[in-house]
Structure formats: structure tokens, C-alpha cells
Design a protein. Structure first.
Length: 156
């Protein structure tokens, strides 16, 4: 049984066994999130993930990124943002012991709703080619692999 309870800008999902709260990602979540990302397989961290860089990202994309908490414990994150034309998703992560409970799908849904509200019509994500669990999850959620594109990067 699932019951939704709305309180200001958060929604709590109450199940028979736990209370999951979804909140906008705030820079105050950074230290805990950064530690969480460091121990989560397939989350690639770089200089773009410093506190200052994430703060800038969050200010540029207010209300698009979220955390999931069980009681006070961080169990999920998603960073979503856009360039005014396309949306981008980063650092979708759910603690291993909380996977399979719909947390990732809820985080993605909230991020996509926020992007749509900003007038964004398409979102891209980056997933490691050997992260088959993530690829399966995204395919189940309706994402499609683009075989017509290759990613190219340059360090500035």
C-alpha cells in the first residue's frame, strides 16, 4: 500500500515499511551526496562535481534536481538541468539496499516534470557502456540509445 502526503515543496511516499521523502536538491545536501556518489558504482566524478560547481548548477537549474531520503538518510539523488534547449541528467543514484522500490523512477519523473515546466522537450543522459543495469532501467523507462551519435569532449 502506498499513500502520498504533500507538505509544502516535498512529497512523502509512505509505504508499509518506510517513509520516503523527495525534496529539491539543496546545496546543503552536497557533502552527503558527494560521499554517496563516491561509493556508488558507475558514478563518474570530476572537477565538475565540486561544491562550487554543483552550487552553480543548482542555481542555474532551480527545482530540477532532487534527493530521496528515508527518515534523514540520503538514499537517492538526481541532478537535472538544461541549456535552454535540451535537458541533461546526471548522477541518478539509489542506495543498493533501496533499489527496486521505485525511487529511481520517481526521481527521474520529478526531474523530467521540472524540465517540461521549463519548456524543455528532450533530455539526454550519459551512461557507462558497461553499466548494463542502468541501461536496462532506462530502456524500461522509455529512454532510447542513440546509435547515430558519438560523444566527443574537450577539456577547457
Amino acid at each position: 500500500m502506498v499513500i502520498l502526503k504533500q507538505e509544502s515543496d516535498s512529497i512523502q511516499v509512505l509505504t508499509e515499511t518506510m517513509n520516503i521523502t523527495y525534496l529539491p536538491f539543496d546545496i546543503q545536501d552536497y557533502d552527503e551526496a558527494a560521499q554517496f556518489w563516491r561509493v556508488t558504482p558507475f558514478i563518474g566524478l570530476s572537477s565538475a562535481d565540486t561544491r562550487e560547481a554543483i552550487d552553480k548548477f543548482l542555481r542555474r537549474n532551480p527545482g530540477c534536481s532532487f534527493v530521496a531520503r528515508v527518515e534523514q538518510r540520503l538514499v537517492g539523488t538526481i541532478l537535472m538541468g538544461h541549456d535552454g534547449r535540451r535537458g541533461y541528467m546526471y548522477h541518478l543514484a539509489v542506495a543498493e539496499s533501496y533499489r527496486g522500490m521505485g525511487i529511481a523512477a520517481e526521481l527521474v519523473s520529478r526531474g523530467l516534470i521540472a524540465l517540461r515546466a521549463e519548456g524543455i522537450e528532450k533530455c539526454h543522459l550519459f551512461v557507462y557502456s558497461d553499466n548494463l543495469n542502468a541501461q536496462s532501467f532506462y530502456a524500461h523507462e522509455g529512454w532510447q540509445i542513440r546509435n547515430d551519435l558519438e560523444i566527443m569532449s574537450i577539456n577547457l
